[in-house]
Design a protein around this ligand. Structure first.
Ligand SMILES: [Zn+2]
Length: 206
């Protein structure tokens, strides 16, 4: 037990244990719709189906933001923004932990990212963009464009897991994460070591 008031952030190993226990992280032989093969698979919503786990993860991420002077000084007049549905439970959890005033989330509509809320110019507080996992960073990049077009400054960005192949900063702010994961893909079955071993494959949708 830590002393009251000491805000500890769980280690990457502790976070990975939670993700493994909830099956949000699995090892095996996976094939993506784009034909790539991997030995690891993250399905983050599985960790967020348990309230207690969701809370631990969101509170841990919120602590990475709270220590930033530029963020702490603007609370509670900030907004938490999710680029997609996967980030919504993260956004609500971080909002709760920071007591932030606003929350927004975006969706893909006809191939274009848009806010689910009808947002007007100037309505969004200085914002923190959060997601469950950052694989390529494209969703975050598109959300940055959306937010900037609406005139809101971006003061933070983060996710529970960030693949190290994704950007580590965006719009001039560093991307915070609880786990930095060095994901290895094989571009084809021919290149995949699990295929060579004849391991049964599991096709995944995302
Ligand atoms: Zn394979």
């Amino acid at each position: 037990m830590s002393a009251p008031g000491v805000q500890l952030i769980p280690s990457s190993e502790e976070i990975m244990k939670i993700l493994t226990r909830t099956a949000a992280f699995r090892e095996g032989h996976f094939v993506y719709p784009n034909g790539k093969h991997t030995a690891h698979y993250f399905q983050m919503p599985l960790a967020f189906r348990y309230y207690d786990t969701a809370r631990v993860l969101a509170v841990a991420l919120s602590r990475k933001f709270r220590v930033e002077r530029d963020i702490a000084s603007q609370l509670p007049k900030i907004s938490i923004i999710s680029p997609a549905s996967g980030g919504i439970p993260v956004a609500f959890g971080v909002r709760d932990a920071l007591n932030a005033e606003q929350i927004y989330w975006a969706e893909q509509e006809n191939g274009k990212r848009a806010f689910r809320q009808y947002v007007n110019q100037g309505e969004i507080n200085p914002c923190i963009i959060v997601d469950d996992i950052i694989r390529s960073g494209h969703a975050i990049e598109e959300t940055v464009e959306l937010v900037r077009a609406l005139g809101a400054p971006i003061i933070g960005c983060g996710a529970i897991v960030r693949f190290t192949s994704a950007p580590d900063s965006i719009a001039g702010v560093p991307i915070k994460s609880l786990v930095e994961f060095d994901e290895k893909y094989y571009d084809s079955a021919e290149a995949c070591t699990d295929c060579k071993k004849g391991a049964p494959e599991e096709h995944v949708r995302f």
